[in-house]
Write a protein of this length. Structure first.
Length: 286
């Protein structure tokens, strides 16, 4: 394969999340052209390279050796070598230490480019049947129940679809905590995407938690997608006035408006206008 002049420096290269045929032609070319490929597990990446006839050398770069390996990779980049960064599956930098290498390369003036491609969070979102216009990838939730519920509470009010990675053995417990904190939202459990035993289960969080609680841990990689909270019902104006009256007694106008908007789900702009009317026109408003 002829060496091209189309890239230099560090290339962030997406690799298949399961089916080895999902690699893009450009990604395969960049891996072939790399002077070295930095990867999480050399055995996993070697399997991919063999499948596509690529012979570039590999070097490990993962969370356990990143602090030691990063200076050597930067030295190679500063010598003008091409370094391709890959993860075991999908797009690098998602729940791995690759972003630190990217930041270090940028700080040294090294060009950084990418060969985009497979991504487990986006693949799961695409097949979930849940809203795709706005979403939040939240990575792995904490393993301890208390910390997990706290992390879920922090994002419970965000009006987007939520995407999580989860280990099979914690799946039932995590779904149960999601049901408790987030309520009976629609969700999808996506397992072994693009692989032979791909499975997508859709339902409410309580129903999915019960299913996996009864069956035990599944096998393979898991991505959970949770739909956004339901739109709040229209709040009675008298209720907004009542809450504003209480909040304005002890808080600033801004804090009172924020508190009432959060409590009722009413648009902040509308609550603010009502608060101004109350302040300027007396207790009963303008």
């Amino acid at each position: 394969m002829a060496r091209s002049k189309r890239w230099a420096g560090l290339a962030v290269v997406a690799t298949p999340i399961g089916n080895l045929a999902d690699i893009t032609a450009r990604a395969a070319t960049m891996l072939e052209e790399a002077d070295v490929i930095a990867c999480e597990d050399t055995r996993t990446t070697a399997k991919l390279l063999r499948a596509h006839g690529i012979g570039s050398p590999l070097t490990p770069y993962h969370e356990h050796n990143a602090e030691r390996a990063r200076p050597a990779l930067l030295a190679r980049l500063l010598r003008g070598e091409r370094v391709a960064l890959v993860s075991d599956a999908g797009t690098p930098l998602i729940s791995d230490p690759g972003y630190k290498l990217v930041r270090a390369a940028i700080a040294q003036g090294v060009p950084v480019t990418t060969a985009p491609g497979p991504s487990a969070p986006l693949a799961a979102l695409a097949v979930s049947g849940l809203p795709t216009d706005r979403f939040l990838f939240a990575g792995f939730l904490p393993p301890r129940p208390g910390q997990r519920k706290s992390a879920l509470a922090d994002i419970a009010a965000v009006r987007v679809s939520l995407i999580f990675f989860e280990s099979p053995r914690r799946l039932a417990a995590s779904l149960a905590d999601m049901a408790e904190v987030l309520g009976p939202r629609e969700a999808a459990v996506c397992r072994e995407l693009t692989k032979l035993h791909e499975e997508v289960r859709r339902g409410t969080l309580p129903a999915l938690a019960a299913q996996y609680g009864a069956e035990g841990p599944p096998k393979g990689e898991v991505v959970v997608v949770v739909g956004p909270p339901a739109a709040p019902a229209a709040t009675d104006q008298d209720e907004i006035d009542r809450l504003l009256g209480r909040a304005l007694e002890g808080e600033s106008l801004r804090d009172a408006v924020d508190a009432v908007a959060a409590a009722t789900g009413a648009p902040r702009k509308a609550v603010y206008a009502r608060a101004l009317a109350r302040r300027e026109g007396g207790k009963d408003g303008a």
